[in-house]
Design a protein around this ligand. Structure first.
Ligand code: CP
Length: 337
């Protein structure tokens, strides 16, 4: 994974996509990450009546070509809490089933008044296409095996809050996660969460260790950026972890890749014994959905080191700020931006 320089990030921001789009974490400078965190905190501190004025009268469309619980619900609840009207279009119950293209679906939503589209799609790069074709701000809610930027931001806020305290989650600089090692383990190959985190966290000084078997973490397929390493031995990786982020095996994307699940569980499952032996103080994260008994055991998922439910709550908070940013409202409004 390539680390994007500040210059490249600035260039990314000038690409022909509406201001406020979030297509990739590569486009985010440290200053911009800090502004998003600061607006997240500000919005959370507002009384409900003040919060619901931020996007009053605005319309947000959620366009989901893949299933989702956390991302879809948190974006929808966040938009509603800011006073926006929301509409959900899913591939299962819309004219997408009849073959309508992404472009035409996007143009239809725009004609119906959508001012921002939140898109989840199975094709990597789909949010870039939608943003280009509609001219609307688009928030990438997960595109194929490419990125999940809002997940990485909510993971960041969870880590900052737990490791550094709530004050530290209000603003960041390039040293905010200095000395922190984040071990991301599992199906790295298919994981947009791993990709976004591996690009975002080193911008703030974190060291990222990717861990998994060759089949799920092929060395040559990944251009590792600065601050990102591979360690195949899970116990050795865990021994270095301040944060252990576990990933689901994405059966829907394995496409013929044979994986011995018994062997995988023996080598890579995060269970109580392993956590106690190698990382008794590490924070445990999982983006969800979890497959309990496969990549993570019940005792770890529900244990004292787990911040998995907190991640979901941080998702609601961070996505509020991303919506305000997309619609140039709140602290991102005219005169403040
Ligand atoms: N983390 C995540 O994207 O979960 P959902 O698939 O439920 O949205």
């Amino acid at each position: 994974m390539q680390k994007v320089s500040e210059e490249e990030a600035a260039a990314g921001a000038q690409r022909p996509y509406a201001e406020g789009s979030l297509l990739s974490v590569a486009h985010l400078s440290v200053d911009e990450i800090s502004r998003i965190l600061s607006e997240t905190d500000r919005i959370r501190s507002l009384a409900p009546a003040e919060r619901s004025a931020i996007l009053r009268g605005r319309t947000v469309a959620l366009l989901f070509y893949e299933s989702s619980t956390r991302t879809r619900t948190s974006f929808e609840l966040a938009a509603k809490s800011l006073g926006a009207t929301t509409t959900l279009v899913s591939d299962k119950s819309s004219s997408i089933e009849k073959g309508e293209s992404l472009k035409d679906t996007g143009l239809t939503l725009r004609a119906l008044g959508a001012e921002c589209i939140i898109l989840r799609h199975s094709a990597s790069g789909a949010p870039f296409v939608l943003a280009r074709e509609t001219g609307l701000p688009v928030l990438n809610a997960g595109d194929g095996m490419h990125e999940h930027p809002s997940q990485a931001l909510l993971d960041l806020r969870t880590m900052l809050t737990r490791l550094r305290g709530p004050e530290a989650a209000k603003a960041v600089d390039s040293k905010a996660l200095a000395g922190v090692t984040v071990v991301i383990t599992g199906d790295i190959l298919h994981s947009r969460v791993a990709r976004s985190n591996a690009m975002l966290l080193p911008k703030l000084g974190a060291r990222v260790i990717l861990c998994g078997p060759e089949k799920l973490l092929p060395e040559l397929a990944l251009g590792l950026g600065e601050g990102v390493e591979i360690e195949r031995d899970f116990d050795r990786a865990l021994a270095q972890a301040n944060v252990a982020m576990m990933l689901r095996i994405q059966r829907e994307r394995l496409a013929g890749l044979e994986l011995d699940l018994g062997d995988y569980i023996a080598r890579y499952q995060l269970n109580g014994e392993r956590l106690a032996a190698h990382a008794p103080k590490a924070l445990v994260l999982h983006p969800g959905p979890m497959i309990r008994g496969l990549e993570i055991s019940d005792e770890v998922a529900d244990g004292p080191q787990s911040a998995i439910e907190e991640q979901v709550a941080h998702g609601l908070a961070v996505r509020s700020a991303l919506l305000a940013r997309a619609l140039r409202a709140g602290a991102f409004g005219k005169g403040n931006a």
